[in-house]
Design a protein around this ligand. Structure first.
Ligand SMILES: Cc1cc2nc3c(=O)[nH]c(=O)nc-3n(C[C@H](O)[C@H](O)[C@H](O)COP(=O)(O)O)c2cc1C
Length: 364
């Protein structure tokens, strides 16, 4: 049934302006009855950050920026949903057009710039679904014109304390000028100190909410050394690797579109993001688990991410090209891979290829 709806709607959605298509997809999820995906195989369950995920496939940030449809997405089979990025105050983002499909490459370029309804509106929606269950992470960022970006992150942690299953500190969007500078050693150390402090403040009412750091795949390896070092020192619970890339691989076929400014996601991001994941895994030395993101669109790419070091996975762009059915497909491929390998959980596969991947030539 899900597949049928999906096959019917995708060609239609793809004919529209990408941003209108996205708005329509959110509307459909909001108002149409969603059939619940079948229950997950127990072997796909993952324990991480003190949470139990029914399956490892999460929806990456940016699809449900304003927490309008997290429960519909959970019912469709995602193991967790990350809403946001949310900033303290609402903002409109960059002028349109700001979202571009690279159809021949199965990629997307976006320069949305944290368009969102702001903390108060999103908080009210999450309060309204508080008892619905399921893992809903809250991805937080700073307002473009904020006089104190660090303060924005701390404030958002306090605001969302009782409704977030986990927080993602997003310092890796390429579309807010200067935001990625927060990944630099001293700035990151100050930011994470403030964030962990804010988490301590809410501990009484919220318990120990996990805090994850989402990084760019464009960091240099010396920068990555610093980032992982600071994350470990500050006791961060995990990292998400990673966000979209400002690089443009030489293999891109949609050369004109590729010149659009913004972050590239989807299939052309897979190699770079997987390399950065493996590089992060070898540096983290099991201090915390990693979420692998970037170009996952099949069982094979999901398994490659796990072997490169991902305990959990997220995807977004595959929904544009493969539709929601991709989630069920990946889950059955993971179950089949476990059976074939006589394994009873995914944990034993995590990072088994990481060292080998870091020895390969750099993806171009
Ligand atoms: C249209 C669009 C909007 C996005 N918005 C956000 C965002 O607000 N915050 C964020 O952390 N990542 C955002 N991302 C990045 C995704 O969460 C993800 O890291 C990236 O797209 C790579 O995964 P994918 O190749 O599966 O799409 C966005 C991606 C896209 C395509």
């Amino acid at each position: 049934m899900i597949g049928f709806f999906d096959r019917l709607s995708r060609p239609f959605l793809r004919a529209l302006d990408p941003e209108d298509a996205h708005a329509l997809a959110i509307k459909a999820l909001r108002y149409m009855p969603v059939v619940r995906a079948s229950a997950d195989d127990d072997a796909l369950a993952v324990r991480a950050f003190g949470l139990k995920f029914p399956n490892p496939i999460g929806l990456a940030a940016g699809f449900d920026k304003n927490a309008q449809v997290p429960d519909a997405l959970l019912r469709l089979g995602f193991g967790f949903v990350e809403v946001g990025t949310i900033t303290p105050r609402a903002q409109t983002g960059n002028p349109r057009p700001r979202l571009f499909r690279l159809d021949a490459d199965q990629g997307v370029i976006n320069r949305l710039g944290f368009n969102n309804d702001g903390a108060a509106a999103v908080h009210a929606r999450l309060v309204a679904r508080r008892n619905a269950g399921g893992i809903v992470g809250v991805n937080i960022g700073a307002n473009r014109d904020s006089p104190d970006r660090t303060e924005d992150y701390a404030r958002l942690i306090e605001t969302f304390s009782t409704v977030a299953s986990y927080f993602t500190v997003n310092v890796s969007s390429p579309n807010t000028p200067g935001l990625r500078d927060l990944q630099q050693g001293k700035a990151l150390d100050d930011l994470l100190a403030r964030v962990i402090d804010a988490r301590e403040k809410i501990r009484q009412r919220a318990g120990l909410t996990p805090v994850l750091l989402k990084i760019a795949p464009d960091l240099t390896l010396p920068d990555l050394d610093d980032v992982v070092g600071v994350a470990r020192k500050r006791g961060i619970d995990g990292m998400i690797v990673g966000n979209t890339t400002i690089s443009r691989p030489g293999s891109l076929r949609e050369r004109d579109r590729a010149r659009e400014q913004g972050g590239l996601s989807g299939r052309p991001l897979f190699k770079l993001a997987t390399r950065m994941l493996a590089e992060t895994f070898v540096r983290a030395e099991n201090a915390f688990p990693l979420i692998g993101v970037g170009g996952i669109d099949s069982g094979a790419t999901a398994i490659a991410k796990i072997k490169a070091g991902a305990t959990l996975l997220q995807l977004y762009t595959a929904l544009v090209y493969r539709g929601i059915g991709v989630v069920t497909e990946i889950k059955s491929d993971l179950t089949a891979a476990l059976k074939r390998g006589h394994r009873n959980s995914l944990a034993s596969m995590v990072g088994i290829d990481a060292a080998a991947i870091t020895a390969e030539s750099w993806p171009g």
